[in-house]
Structure formats: C-alpha cells, structure tokens
Ligand binder design. Structure first.
Ligand code: GLY
Length: 367
C-alpha cells in the first residue's frame, strides 16, 4: 500500500517521503512540485544507472525540457571532490540553471554526492532523493545531510540540503546484492535499539520475511524507519541535540571503515560499532549480560558481522579521535540505557573505547 510521510519543520510541511512499489507516480509528484518544463539531471552510479536510469528518464522526458544522466563509478571511493567537480561541469555543459532539478538515483553515496552538488551549484538548486538501497531508503535519503569524504575523513565536507521530495520505490530492494541488502539492516536495527523496543521485537519476529524480501514487510519496515527518522529530524534538523542518537555505532564504525580502507560496507561497520557500543553500555551497568549478548547476537541472522579480524585496536581507537564528530567539540558517544533507549554520553574514555574495540576483535572463542 503506497504511503506518504510528511516532514515538517517549525510546523510547516517541508517535503514528503513517498513510498511506492514502482516509479510510476514520480512524474505526477514532480508536476505537483512545479518542475514541468525544467531541466533534470539524473545523478547515479555505475551499478544503478544500468538498472533504473533509462526507466526514470523515459518517465520524465515528457514533462521536463531536458533530462540527462550523469554516472560516476560506484563505491565509497567516489565520494570525493573530484566526483563533485565532474558532476558540476556536466551541469554547466547542460546549461542547468537555478530553477532546474537534480535527481539523486541510487544508494547512500549517490544521495550524498548529488545532494551536495545541488547544495553548491549556483548557490543551491533543488534536489529530490530517489534512494534505491535499503540503507539510503531507511536513513541517508531523509534529513538533508549531504557531503563527501576528504581523504580518509568521512563526510568532512558537506552541507544540509533538504530535498524537495524523497521517492522510495520499494521494489528496487529486490535487485540489491545480498551483502548490500543486509548492510542496510544494520541501520534498521539501529532504530529499534536507540528508540523503539517494540520495533526491535518486530524486526526479530519478521526475520524470515525480511530474509525473503517480502514486499509488504519491506514496505512496513521502510515506512517505520522513515517515521523514526522523521521524529528525530523534525525535532533537531541540524544535529544540535538528539539527532546525534542516530550515530549509534558510528564512532567506532567509521573508524573501522577508515582502518579497513572501505573494504567493509558502511552498514557492516555500523553493526560492529553497535556491538562495541552495546558492550560499553554493558560494562557501564546499563545492559545486563543477557541483554548485551542478545543485542550482539541479533546481528548474526541478518548476516552482519559481530567481530572483525586483522585489526589494530589501538589504531582504531586513535582513529575515533580524528572523526569529524570528535573534532566538533569532543566525542559524543551514543550508549544504550536499555534496548529501545539510547543517550548521548560525552564522558566515554579512550580506555572504554579500546575495550569496546577489543570486544569485537576476532578471536576463535568470540565466534
Ligand atoms: N545518518 C544520520 C543522520 O542523518 O543524522
């Protein structure tokens, strides 16, 4: 059943998240936003362009004066200023102006890069997010965070750029490879753990349907995650407070991602970071032993890692200090009070972080 969630700010509607089973309703949604007769740049990557770009272009050609596709190499390694420059040059070549539209069609990297290009081209043009990965549908396409990495510094350059629309076609989840699909489950579990214990229980109870990518269950799951994200970003759009809760698992997760030179997917690193953060919560006496092991072990059926080999725990602990969020006035570590309730802790020590990382370091007795 298609559904719409509206993101409001200061009691005013800012944009809709439309959840559909195909791309068919996209032209009407864009007409309603007044884009008829404008130009549209579909920004996508080498994985997604061959799957969906022609279909989306075909649907939109009748209503825009021009629709063109800009494709960059898929992967986190493309999330940099070189890609941004290449895209901006293509916008200029196609004479894009301030009334035209960028369509971010793809996963988290596409959404971040295309959104950032839209934020800076001619001091800002409109963008819509059309997320095709689970991670992007449940998290990164909503809330307006855009940006690129600066060498190994993740998301170091960026801007808040609210989309005019988030259009989710659930059926794109069918085409995701298994690893990418489950990587998105790391972010889904995160919502349950930080803010919604009954959703956490629901995820576990629907494990087999999620595994089979049952369309109704996926729709319910994505819609629920978008509602969780809506609640947070409406309250704190620019991460001055509670939005930081969404970074559960990310402090250590980002450090592992960097240490492993992006060989592991973001969602996989987030899962590892969540286990380490749950362990620190347990050591602080917030979670019982049983709760900690349950949190840790529930990542396993969703094919997410709970330990990682060939790491240097001290180097990873050191890397947590060079994260963008750590530079921004010290580490705001997210811990669990219990399953379904997270809090921000600014007093987590380097020793605790190191202990958390050692807990997820692969050992034979840890598997
Ligand atoms: N992905 C975390 C956030 O949007 O704040």
């Amino acid at each position: 059943m298609p559904s719409t969630i509206t993101i409001n700010m200061n009691k005013k509607p800012i944009y809709d998240i439309k959840i559909e089973n195909d791309f068919a309703a996209l032209p009407e949604a864009l007409k309603a936003l007044g884009f008829e007769g404008k130009r549209a740049a579909i920004v996508s990557d080498s994985n997604v362009t061959p799957l969906y770009a022609d279909e989306v272009k075909g649907l939109l050609e009748g209503m825009f004066s021009e629709v063109f596709i800009c494709t960059f190499e898929a992967g986190e390694k493309s999330k940099n200023m070189d890609t941004v420059m290449q895209l901006l040059k293509q916008f200029v070549e196609h004479r894009m102006n301030r009334h035209d539209l960028v369509i971010a069609l793809g996963g988290g990297v596409v959404g971040d890069v295309a959104g950032f290009c839209a934020a800076i081209y001619m001091r800002g043009i409109d963008v819509i997010q059309v997320p095709t990965s689970l991670l992007a549908q449940v998290d990164s396409s909503v809330g307006g965070k855009t940006g690129v990495d600066l060498d190994a510094y993740k998301n170091m350059v960026g801007a808040f750029k609210m989309p005019r629309l988030v259009y989710i076609n659930i059926s794109t989840l069918k085409s995701l490879d298994v690893r990418q699909y489950y990587a998105g489950m790391g972010e889904v579990m995160k919502y349950g753990l930080i803010m919604d214990a009954s959703f956490y229980e629901w995820i576990i109870s629907k494990m087999y349907e999620i595994h089979d990518r049952d369309a109704d269950i996926l729709e319910e799951m994505v819609a629920h995650c978008c509602t969780c994200k809506q609640r947070i970003v409406e309250r704190d759009p620019h991460e001055e407070g509670d939005r930081a809760l969404l970074n559960f698992g990310h402090t250590i997760g980002h450090a592992i991602e960097k240490y492993k030179e992006f060989e592991l997917l973001h969602g996989e690193c987030v899962a590892l970071g969540c286990v380490a953060a749950a362990y620190i919560s347990y050591k602080r006496g917030k979670l019982s032993t049983e709760e900690y092991y349950e949190v840790r072990d529930m990542f396993v059926p969703f094919k997410l890692p709970i330990s990682v080999d060939n790491i240097d725990a001290e180097k990873i602990a050191e890397l947590t200090r060079s994260d963008k969020k750590a530079m921004d006035g010290g580490i705001k570590f997210i811990l669990l009070k219990r399953v379904g309730k997270a809090y921000i802790d600014t007093a987590v020590t380097q020793e605790e972080i190191l202990e958390g990382i050692r807990e997820i370091e692969y050992r034979e007795d840890n598997e």
